[in-house]
Write a protein that binds this ligand. Structure first.
Ligand SMILES: Cc1ncc(COP(=O)(O)O)c(C=O)c1O
Length: 402
């Protein structure tokens, strides 16, 4: 993993006179040359609208776009690429499912289980769905360390539970949920499952065939691809039953002025001209990850997370926020006596990018009795030297602030 940084032009440039140590990959990852070059290459050589033209260029663009769908299907270990919908990102994937389920499958007093540790994008869409249908949101609370156990989930399930929507890995503290067991318990009871895989896809192998969720969402920009592209896996039976989310060109079969019929999946859920180049470049991002090897990536993320956690834990002025049994890629913490924003700003002055804020997870912050935290998160390009530089500068800043 030593030379991986060289693949990322931004990490080899000076911003404000300093080389950036980027420790905010949970928010968005940096992009390797292969992805950047693919975007340029596609616009220069094979760009046209997809699924429309009879001419060569459109066919080439369509082939590349559909090849990317195949690649995403393989990446998630999904048998049929028809079960992969391109979206703008995880947010759109969750909105699509919440909205379409609310249209015809969610009724008054049905229950939707989400946890306290959700990203806002797995909370607000369900609130809208609940408001439309009279369904209720049930909060699955983690323990004080931030663990979510299957036993606790089972206690929340009632005869009215219709949907369970949970993250694979949480973005606020990096806790790993037993998502396979959760989906199994849901399946036994005929409950629909949606897994928010945004923070898992950059670090672990996603095996849909093994996890068996009904829906699984990822964002391209978190796995070294462009922003504005993501993927939703949906079980074929469900996708065929659900009503379209957005409507217009591309998603139709027959249109008259009074009524229309819809295209088959996946097109039924891809109204309008899609993010063609984004989807194509997503395949390059997946190639980039595959070339390193997903197991190697997991090992590397695990190693960095453990080292950082242990080093932070040994400092008496640091309070780790969230102490789950299993975590990956993310550590949230506070510097006693200092505001996270001040620390993040001073780190930035030294060329170190970390996140300070509520991480789009306000209920999670409240669970840990904090407003905001500092958050360090890793990508494939990070190494032990980044952690050391971060800690040396953090110690210096703490001396200055206290
Ligand atoms: C766990 C989780 N879910 C959903 C999202 C939303 O992803 P996007 O903004 O790419 O749609 C994020 C982004 O930070 C996230 O970390």
């Amino acid at each position: 993993m030593n030379n991986i940084k060289e693949n990322f032009p931004i990490l080899n440039k000076k911003i404000d006179g300093k080389k950036v140590i980027y420790l905010d990959s949970a928010a968005s990852s940096q992009k390797p040359y292969s992805v950047i070059n693919d975007i340029k290459h596609t616009y220069e050589n094979s760009y046209a609208n997809v699924h429309r033209g009879i001419y060569k260029l459109s066919q080439i663009a369509t082939d590349k776009y559909e090849a990317s769908r195949e690649k995403v299907a393989k990446f998630l270990n999904v048998k049929s690429s028809k079960e992969i919908i391109f979206t703008r990102g995880a947010t759109e994937g969750i909105n699509l499912i919440a909205s379409s389920l609310a249209d015809s499958f969610l009724s008054q007093d049905d229950e939707v289980i989400i946890s306290t540790l959700e990203h806002h994008s797995n909370i607000v869409p369900w609130q809208i769905a609940a408001k439309k249908t009279g369904a209720k949101i049930v909060e699955l609370k983690p323990d004080s360390n931030g663990n979510i156990f299957v036993e606790e989930l089972i206690k929340c399930i009632t005869k009215r539970t219709k949907i369970i929507s949970l993250p694979h890995i949480t973005n606020s503290i990096g806790s790993i949920l037993p998502i396979k067991e959760i989906c199994l318990e849901a399946k036994k009871r005929g409950i629909i499952t949606l897994v928010d895989g945004c923070q898992a896809a950059p670090h672990v192998e996603i095996d849909i065939n093994e996890i068996q969720p009904d829906f699984y969402v990822i964002s391209g920009h978190k796995i070294y691809g462009p922003s504005g592209i993501g993927a939703l896996y949906g079980n074929k039976e469900w996708l065929e039953k659900l009503s379209p989310y957005q409507t217009g060109g591309e998603m139709i079969d027959f249109v008259s002025i009074q009524k229309s019929t819809y295209a088959n999946i996946p097109n039924k859920f891809e109204a309008g001209t899609p993010n063609i180049v984004g989807a194509i470049a997503l395949a390059s991002a997946i190639d980039f990850m595959n070339e390193i090897g997903i197991n190697k990536i997991t090992e590397h993320s695990n190693y960095l997370t453990k080292i950082l956690y242990e080093k932070l834990k040994s400092l008496n002025y640091i309070r780790i926020v969230g102490e789950p049994e299993r975590r990956l890629g993310i550590v949230s913490f506070l510097v006693e006596g200092s505001h996270p924003h001040d620390v993040a700003l001073l780190l930035d002055n030294r060329g170190i990018s970390v996140r300070a804020g509520h991480h789009c997870a306000q209920p999670a912050m409240r669970h840990f009795n904090v407003d905001t935290t500092l958050r360090v998160s890793f990508g494939v390009y990070n190494n032990e030297e980044d952690i050391d530089k971060f800690l040396i500068n953090l110690k210096d800043i703490v001396k200055y602030l206290q």
